[in-house]
Design a protein around this ligand. Structure first.
Ligand SMILES: [Zn+2]
Length: 307
């Protein structure tokens, strides 16, 4: 198997995530082990940036041996549901596992077959699959250099396997969303407090609904806006309108407001009406947006058709 070099991918890795990975390797020096890697990503002009925000443990029913490793998928799914209710912008980016006990210094044929199946699966959310491989034990005194690692990306519709060169992997201090409480220093404590305050189970339902019915919308978060969804919604005549859906910062029950960006003339009135409305969930806001825009387009075409 030939691995292709890719300079178009950046991996931003907090030290706490590497610590999680290496601690797990230390616990199982003779067995294969691993876990899931979660975070957010950005893709523009073919360049992909992955921000690692957490490592999900293999789980209590994981099975390890020197030649095989099976994760406890049920446990990991439960953990992920919990995380997405607080951070809808977080995605499952890929997996990590180790070869430090078998001496194989790259992904195996079996690894590649499994990851290809995942990345080409119609239900896969991200158009890529990230694999972090622990290659060997270094026995270095630096806790972040206990093991050597390699990073790979598989992209949908591309049968090459890309290896990400070391200088495209940046170790940058940032708090993790999982495991809980694995954040460093005062910033971590503040972050944990913020998370507790903002845990909202409705977000998981919103996300489920939106990824099914509005697959081009992305959950994003920024310091200024908080959590919001953005992307095109397809309308009845095949046109698309860019929607920004903002979550309010009310502590208990947030409301959602909709802005249409660069709305065409026939949608102006609908855009203004929508801007005055507050919705109880993101999915309700999107359904209302789609209906009002479709009605406006219908009215417009009816009007146009009259002599
Ligand atoms: Zn492997």
């Amino acid at each position: 198997m030939k691995f292709h070099q890719s300079k178009d991918v950046r991996i931003i890795m907090p030290p706490a995530a590497l610590t999680e990975v290496f601690d797990e390797c230390d616990r199982f020096p003779h067995d294969e082990t691993g876990g899931r890697v979660i975070g957010t990503f950005d893709e523009s002009d073919g360049a992909l940036t992955l921000r690692i925000l957490g490592i999900i443990e293999p789980g209590p029913k994981a099975r390890r041996s020197p030649v095989e490793f099976h994760q406890d998928g049920e446990h990991q799914e439960k953990v992920f549901r919990n995380i997405e209710s607080r951070h809808p912008e977080v995605e499952h980016l890929g997996n990590w596992h180790t070869h430090h006990m078998n001496g194989l210094t790259h992904l195996s044929g079996g690894d590649i077959r499994t990851y290809t199946r995942i990345v080409e699966h119609p239900k896969q959310h991200t158009p890529f699959f990230y694999a972090l491989l622990v290659v060997s034990k270094l026995g270095n005194g630096n806790p972040l250099r206990r093991y050597s690692t390699k990073h790979y990306i598989l992209r949908r519709g591309d049968d090459r396997v890309f290896e990400i060169p070391e200088d495209c992997v940046e170790i940058v201090e940032a708090p993790l969303v999982w495991p809980d409480g694995k954040t460093e220093g005062a910033a971590g404590a503040a972050h944990a407090g913020y998370e507790k305050f903002h845990a909202r189970p409705e977000r998981a339902h919103d996300r489920e609904h939106i990824t099914t019915f509005y697959p081009e919308l992305r959950a994003l978060s920024s310091k200024k806006l908080g959590i919001y969804w953005r992307g095109p919604v397809e309308l009845v005549d095949g046109s698309r309108v860019e929607v920004v859906l903002l979550e309010g910062n009310e502590a208990e029950k947030p409301t959602y407001t909709v802005t249409l960006r660069k709305a065409p003339r026939e949608l102006q009135a609908a855009a203004e009406r929508l801007q005055g409305d507050a919705f109880k969930t993101a999915r309700a806001a999107l359904t209302a947006t789609e209906r009002q825009c479709n009605r406006a387009i219908w009215d417009y075409h009816q009007h146009q058709a009259k002599p």
